[in-house]
Ligand binder design. Structure first.
Ligand code: NAP
Length: 251
């Protein structure tokens, strides 16, 4: 799993950790990865960590292929992501922010999945989970690159799902609403129906066990966000004013 050093990823790792389970935990921050690993080892899991940037396709490929050779991956979770967004009093994201968000959230997902697709298809087994967001359902004025990236991986994941159905590989796309993590803490504004990272992990793992195509929660917020994406754009812009936010400068 990528993004295992914090937030939702750490909570999923913790929920999966048990005797007989081997976890591969990826992220950039080695210290925070070691913290997650310690929690999981205390619960009886065998843990390997990799401090790798998901934007580095060669490093991702090498690490994942090598891990899969020793221990066939049965659940691959592409969870790493960044938000970007507009700082207070600015109308646009910087080009650097936009690039970082799109590269991490789109190519980071591709770099996580591509190396293992061949092996999973050959084994006719495995499950892939892509962490998108309800922000992928609707244009988000205050985080344009983020909503674009999450829409892209939602479509990518669902297309993969139908393409891999005949090959024994399952694919689900996860679309959380607000989850209390360091990422969410960057947002200055309303975060209605926010859930804890532990609750999010529970809902995600429940949806994966049922092989749901889209695991979106909380249901009401997911529904009104989806509605925002299909309503006339002028109405969407009007209703969005209750959800506007700024982001703090540090990512
Ligand atoms: N929190 C929410 O409200 C919310 C809602 C909807 C969707 N999501 C999605 O859920 C996922 C997890 O977010 P979170 O809330 O748990 O945020 P978080 O606490 O900030 O965690 C983000 C994780 O992504 C990793 N990451 C970021 N950029 C990376 C890169 N270039 N290479 C490798 N790892 C990278 C971070 O690792 P390092 O810091 O070690 O690099 C960290 O482990 C994201 O995809 C996010 O978009 C979150």
């Amino acid at each position: 799993m990528t993004g295992a050093s914090s937030g939702i990823g750490r909570a999923i790792a913790q929920a999966c950790a048990a005797p007989g389970v081997t976890l591969a935990l990826l992220g950039r921050d080695r210290e925070r990865l070691i913290e997650t690993a310690s929690i999981c080892k205390a619960a009886g899991a065998i843990v390997e960590i990799g401090a790798i940037d998901v934007r580095d396709p060669a490093a991702m490929h090498e690490w994942l292929i090598s891990f899969d050779r020793d221990q066939a991956v049965d659940l691959l979770i592409a969870n790493a992501g960044v938000t970007g967004g507009l700082s207070p009093h600015s109308a646009v994201e910087t080009a650097a922010t936009s690039r970082e968000v799109l590269e991490t959230n789109i190519f980071g997902v591709v770099n996580t999945i591509q190396p293992l697709l061949g092996a999973m298809i050959a084994r006719r087994a495995g499950q892939i989970a892509i962490v998108s967001s309800i922000a992928g359902f609707v244009p988000v004025t205050d985080a344009p690159s983020y909503s674009a990236s999450k829409a892209a991986i939602l479509r990518y994941g669902l297309a993969l799902r139908s393409g891999l159905r005949g090959h024994g590989v399952k694919v689900s796309v996860i679309c959380p609403g607000y989850v209390a993590t360091p990422m969410a803490a960057r947002e200055i504004g309303p975060r209605p129906f926010e859930v804890s990272a532990e609750k999010a992990a529970e809902l995600i793992l429940h949806g994966l066990r049922r092989d749901q195509s889209v695991i979106a929660f909380p249901t009401f917020l997911a529904f009104i966000t989806w509605l925002g994406g299909v309503m006339p754009d002028r109405v969407r812009q009007f209703t969005e004013r209750w959800f506007r936010f700024d982001v703090t400068d540090s990512k």
